[in-house]
Structures are given as structure tokens and as C-alpha cells.
Design a protein around this ligand. Structure first.
Ligand SMILES: [Zn+2]
Length: 550
């Protein structure tokens, strides 16, 4: 609507009234919404083809980012004096003809990829062939000794297909149920993540794992599940048995039907799965068959890294990061658009990292080294950041903090900032101080059931004990200066319909002022951390406290 004209009036408004939040925008060394917009416009343009790892879009993206960092006067922060770090990964694509069906009581029922079921593989094979494998329902598939919970009860999954519920055992618990709050209540724990369930299934020797999809439990709709269109990526593992032959999702309706054909009631079993004494249930007289060709290639993708070397304690680093990849080219949407350009997710985060680089370079030299990272393959399972965390270029024990930007809102300035994963580390106090300086307050994420703390590139760092902070605009509805929480929610709902879709695109009507505020928070926090000897700690009851202490 009128957002663009408001934007151009900003400097004048700021000069006249100087509200605290806008005053900084008049300075040359402050995060600039217009520059954010320009970077997003480039990265989300058709020319970059949706920035899929291993494509021409990657080459363009990596080159453009290295060029931008060089123009900003930064030093290369990658391997051997380069701008990049190699990320070897396996890319797989399911081909046709694909046969998938279940046989129940001798009767065959075809499963249609994309509507009944969605599967992919991360095995480096040329064919997936599973013939009449028995199926076992393993509830939430959680092994959590510290919470006295084991859904497996020594079941033998070898040669079988494991079927799981999404999220963790207390997600649907009613107040007073014994399981209530045992897994963080509505907040999703790591045990609720598909990544965890597939790894557990492989550890138990299963051939395949299928998770029953429900939008509330997953935190996203079926269209998000099927978006990769049979393509998958993985880091290169030494032992192929660490991976399943096939992994994926069952549509809710298909799962209900499947259980019914085995004489079982999925709803009733789901309630049983909320009890610690739940035992896996075999789907008697039901077999699963899948047969299709696979194209598997090993590719090398790249993380992009730049740095500003610290003047006093160069071996200590503060890291700012976002992911450069998006979903590339896929099947056409209703309007015939094939490129999924990932404008907010996460071209905007990368634009923020570039702005931080520019603003820090324009300011006084920091005492600690600042590292600016743009990861690859986040959408394929955090592969760029996982690779970095496994082979860090700057020692993790001397990494003061990892500050990650992944999806910022584009609906204008906000009165608050959303905090993902509250209660984890002292960086939350740093954030609160920086927000207060902008006249903003902290709002804990309103949708903790989405498990966002486990779904972005800061997480591999958390697992290694590095204190992390994630800013993510889809962790709740922002309280916008114009229109309040209601307007924030309107943006959120609209954006979620575009999440990982072609309509997550740059548009002249996007308002980058709110995103600039958020990036400015990291500037304030980073300046403070870079010029101190302070080491922010994990909260004592965080699951990552012990790792850092070591
Ligand atoms: Zn993202």
C-alpha cells in the first residue's frame, strides 16, 4: 500500500521527531532497510534460480556473496584464505516408475507419492527396493533415559518399517495426564523432530520410517512436506547403515485407513503413545512395498565466510550467520511459478549478515574477531552448519556466541522482538538490553510447538555447546507499531502460506524497517560481545550447559 512512500519519508521523520528506534537509521553506520531490500531483490531474483545447492544458482549466489564481502572491505574467512568452506553432500532424487503400496489382508492399496505418502532417501543407491516389509507403530519413537521414557521397549525393527507420530509425547496431553509437561508441554523438544526420529529408526535397524503427518503436531502443512518433490540431501557419512533406505511421511487420512485395515484405531493408539508404558504395536497382516529408481550424486556445495580480525583477542570469535540456500526450481504452483526464491527465508537473513558486515566495517575495529557466515543446504537438513560444526574453521570453544538470522518479518517496525527457545542462555539478557535500547520488549515465541529452536542453523552450534541466539520472524506474531499484534498475525498467516513456496518472493511492497530493527539488535549485541572479555553462559538447566562446561 503506502509502505514504500513511508520508507522514503523516514529520514525526514527521524530528523524531526527522533523516536529512539528510528534515530539510528539516520546514521551511516546503522542497518539500512533499503540496503536489506536491495540485497533480497538480487538474491531472490529469477537469475539466482531459487539458490538450490549444487546448481547454477549456487555458483551465482556464492560468487555474488564473496564479491559483496570483498567490496565491503572484509577479509576472506573460509578455508586457506578463501571465501568458502567445502561442504560435500549427497543429493538424491527419486525417479519413475515408482511402485508403492500396502498390502492389507492380501488386498493391495496403491500409495500415491505426494498425496497419500511422501518419501525420499538419503542413501547413495540407484534403486530403493522394499518388498512386503512388516510395519510397526512405535508411538513417538522417543528414547529419553533422563525422562524415564523408552517407546521402543526392545522391539526388533530389522527389516521393518517404523511408523511414528510427529512431535513428542506430551504435545496433545491434557492437564493432569501423567505425561503432561514431561517433554516441555506444547514446546517441541528435540525428540519431536523428524531428524531425530529417522536417526533413531536407523539406530534400531529399521528399513524405513514414516511419520504420520498432522499440521498442528508438525507445525507445518502437507504442502511443506511435499515441497522437495522427492529430492533429498545429506552430509557424507562413512557408514551407510547410519541412514534409512527410505524416509518420509504418511498423510493423516492415509494413516487412519492403513491402521483400520490392520484392525487398529490410530486415534486410540495415539493416546496410548502418551503413556510411558506404551509398547510398539505391529500392524498385523499389513506389508509395505516400495520400488523406484534413485539418482544419487555426490556434490560439493560451499559455505561462504568473511571476517573482521579482532585487534586485541583475534582468536576469540563472535559469529553472525544466515543460510544462503532456498528451494530452487520445483513443479509449477497455481500461477505457474517454478522458482522458489526464498526472499524472507533466508535471503533476508543473508542481507542482514551483509549489513552487519558493512556496519561493523564502518565502525571502530572490534577487539574480538567477527565472523560472518552464509551457510548452504539449511533447507536440506542444516547441512552447511552441521559440516561447519563438525569441522570448524574457528575453534568452537573460543566462539563466544553464534547469532543467527532466519526469516525476518517484512510488515514494518515492531514494539517487541520474538525470542525462540526461552530459558537457554545469558544471550537472552543481552537481547533484552539491546531491545530496551530500541524501546522494544521481549516476547517469548508464541508457537513453541513448532520446535523452531531445533530447526535452524544455530542448532548444530548449540549441540556443540556454543551459546546461540536465533531471531526468526515466524516464531509468533509481532506487536507491530502500526496495527499491533493483529497486524503481526496477519503477516504471519499470510507468510506461512508462502513458506517454502514460489510466493516467498521480493516485492516492492515489503517493509524492511522491522527487519532492520532486528538486525540492529545483533549489531548492538555483537559490538558489546566483541569489545568485552565476557563469555555468555548457558542457563544451568539447559540441555547444552554440560557440553559447554566440558
Ligand atoms: Zn530458513
Amino acid at each position: 500500500m503506502t509502505r514504500v512512500s513511508k520508507l522514503s519519508l523516514l529520514p525526514l521523520v527521524a530528523l524531526l521527531s527522533i523516536p529512539a528506534a528510528f534515530a539510528a537509521e539516520t546514521s551511516a553506520a546503522a542497518v539500512d532497510p533499503e540496503r536489506l531490500s536491495q540485497s533480497v531483490k538480487v538474491l531472490a531474483s529469477d537469475e539466482f534460480e531459487g539458490r538450490a545447492p549444487g546448481t547454477a544458482g549456487e555458483t551465482k549466489t556464492v560468487e555474488w556473496l564473496a564479491k559483496r564481502f570483498r567490496e565491503l572491505g572484509l577479509e576472506p574467512g573460509g578455508e586457506r584464505g578463501s571465501w568458502t568452506q567445502a561442504v560435500p553432500l549427497v543429493r538424491t532424487q527419486i525417479g519413475t516408475p515408482a511402485t508403492m503400496h500396502i498390502t492389507a489382508q492380501g488386498k493391495e492399496r496403491a500409495l500415491k507419492q505426494g498425496s497419500d505418502i511422501y518419501v525420499s532417501t538419503v542413501r547413495k543407491v540407484d534403486r530403493v527396493s522394499i518388498k512386503s516389509a512388516p510395519m510397526v507403530f512405535v508411538g513417538y519413537g522417543v528414547t529419553a533415559p533422563e525422562r524415564q521414557w523408552d517407546d521402543y521397549k526392545q522391539v526388533d525393527l530389522r527389516g521393518k518399517v517404523a511408523v511414528y507420530l510427529v512431535n513428542d509425547p506430551d504435545f496433545y496431553a491434557k492437564p493432569g495426564e501423567p505425561v503432561a509437561n514431561r517433554f516441555g508441554g506444547r514446546r517441541m523438544t528435540y525428540y519431536g523432530r523428524w531428524m531425530y526420529k529417522y536417526e533413531e529408526a536407523a539406530r534400531h535397524g529399521a528399513l524405513a520410517a514414516l511419520i504420520v503427518h498432522d499440521t498442528e503436531g508438525a507445525g507445518y502443512g502437507w504442502q511443506t512436506v511435499v515441497a522437495p518433490a522427492g529430492e533429498n540431501y545429506d552430509i557424507v557419512v562413512d557408514n551407510p547403515n547410519e541412514r534409512l533406505q527410505l524416509q518420509g511421511w504418511l498423510a493423516g487420512a492415509t494413516a487412519n485407513e492403513l491402521f483400520k485395515s490392520a484392525g487398529l484405531d490410530l486415534a486410540a493408539l495415539s493416546e496410548q503413545a502418551r503413556r510411558a508404558d506404551f509398547k510398539p504395536v505391529a500392524l498385523e497382516n499389513v506389508q509395505f512395498t516400495a520400488n523406484f529408481p534413485v539418482t544419487a550424486t555426490q556434490a560439493e556445495s560451499r559455505n561462504v565466510l568473511a571476517k573482521i580480525t579482532g585487534s586485541k583477542r583475534p582468536d576469540e570469535t563472535v559469529m553472525f550467520a544466515a543460510h544462503w540456500d532456498a528451494y530452487g526450481i520445483g513443479p509449477p504452483d497455481a500461477q505457474g511459478r517454478k522458482i522458489r526464491p526464498g526472499a524472507n527465508d533466508d535471503a533476508l537473513g543473508v542481507a542482514g549478515v551483509l549489513e552487519l558486515a558493512r556496519v561493523f566495517k564502518a565502525g571502530p575495529k572490534p577487539e574480538r574477531t567477527l565472523v560472518f557466515a552464509a551457510w548452504t543446504a539449511e533447507e536440506r537438513g542444516l547441512l552447511g552448519s552441521l559440516t561447519y560444526a563438525a569441522k570448524p574453521l574457528y575453534p568452537l570453544e573460543k566462539t563466544v556466541a553464534n547469532l543467527t538470522l532466519d526469516i525476518l518479518q517484512t510488515a514494518g517496525p515492531a514494539k517487541d522482538v520474538l525470542l525462540v527457545g526461552a530459558g537457554q542462555s545469558e544471550l537472552e539478557d543481552d537481547l533484552a538490553r539491546a531491545a530496551a535500547a530500541q524501546g522494544r520488549v521481549i516476547t517469548p515465541e508464541t508457537l513453541p510447538e513448532r520446535g523452531l529452536f531445533y530447526r535452524a542453523d544455530h542448532f548444530p552450534f548449540a549441540r556443540k555447546g556454543v551459546p546461540v541466539l536465533l531471531l526468526m520472524g515466524i516464531s509468533g506474531a509481532a506487536d507491530l507499531r502500526e496495527g499491533g499484534r493483529e497486524a503481526g498475525n496477519r503477516w504471519l498467516e499470510g507468510y506461512m502460506r508462502c513458506y517454502h513456496q514460489a510466493c516467498d518472493a521480493w516485492d516492492a511492497s515489503l517493509d524492511f524497517r522491522g527487519a532492520a530493527q532486528d538486525v540492529e539488535l545483533f549489531h548492538t549485541m555483537g559490538k558489546d560481545l566483541a569489545n568485552s572479555t565476557r563469555w555468555p553462559h548457558w542457563r544451568p538447566d539447559s540441555e547444552f550447559h554440560a557440553v559447554r562446561a566440558k
